[in-house]
Design a protein around this ligand. Sequence first.
Ligand code: SF4
Length: 372
Amino acid sequence: MLMSYSQPEVRELPSGYKFEHPQSETTIRLDFQGRWLSFRCGVYFYRRCMNGDVVCGKGEIPLHCSEKIKLTDKIATTLGQWDQNWNGHNRVKSLLQTASGLDFNYYNRQAALYRAVYPEGVPILPPDRYGDLVVQPVIGCPNRACTFCAFYKDKPYKMLPSDQFAQHLLGIKALLGERCLAKGGLAKDGLFIGSANAMALSQRRLMAYLQQIDACFDPFKRGIAAFADPDFSAPRNASQWQELANAGVTRLVIGLETGWGALRGRLGKSADLTRVCHAVEDYKRAGISVGITVLAGACEAGQQQENVQRTAAFIKALGLERKDIVYLSPLESVNVDRKLRAQELRLMKQHLAVCSDAQIVPYQTQRFRYYC
Ligand code: SF4
């Protein structure tokens, strides 16, 4: 690649700086610590993930270690050249200087810190919350019986005592870095409470965790979201839901999968959908937006039409609004007939568009990355 030594154009973003060098078709985004977040070079676009992975394009396969070393060197060299030619603001020059000195070992140490802070990793987020900061006062899933889900099979449901959660929050702050926090310039504009079902926590515990979070971070523009399984949630009255909304909870995401009770039962969830209906009513009454996940490809051949109709009718009855979301997720399994699954997805989308005001969003779980 032809590398140019002239000065790039720079723009300050809420999360750091964006450097663009049109002559070499190179764009680099840095955070306020000088760490690279994304790197575009010609048609190639790379992003760095919190766990140390670097992905190119849609990000399904992370780069090998040797490729990562080369890429880190290339980015550092480019930043070093820009630093030498920089004649603008001193603060940008100092950032370029710092950034050009961050080598592969530095990023490796960051990845090690990530593993210490998130020992169970961050397995999945809903697609509109990929940009969230994740905190995990609780890990695992209290159900773990779903036939199609491999995320938490070997991870028992466990909550952190408050002193360990305080350590977890301090670890997250260390990962983000003082300069990012001081600027109020987190790349992340929402907060997600992991893992599979934060609503299984009692109100008292959840409120205590929310207070710890509030003491640690400025409020997040998009508020707080979490997965919720109404069949494994602690009982709450209307004022307790309101208390959660007042504490910043803006969205709860329920894994419905299907509105056909019998099929849902076969998938490892409750066949009785009453609790889901009541939960949606509770959330909405408190002003909390709802997310509903729906699975395509889970029913037997010949049952797609029935599944779509029953699911659409169930979702219609929930009375979702425009601020609510239905996530359409294709089941990833070797046994799935891809053609039938694609038909079912199309049909589901058509029916839902007619019978619900909610946004319909594709949800491809294998695409998830916890990006920096
Ligand atoms: S409830 Fe959700 S997270 Fe838990 S096993 Fe089922 S699909 Fe997976």
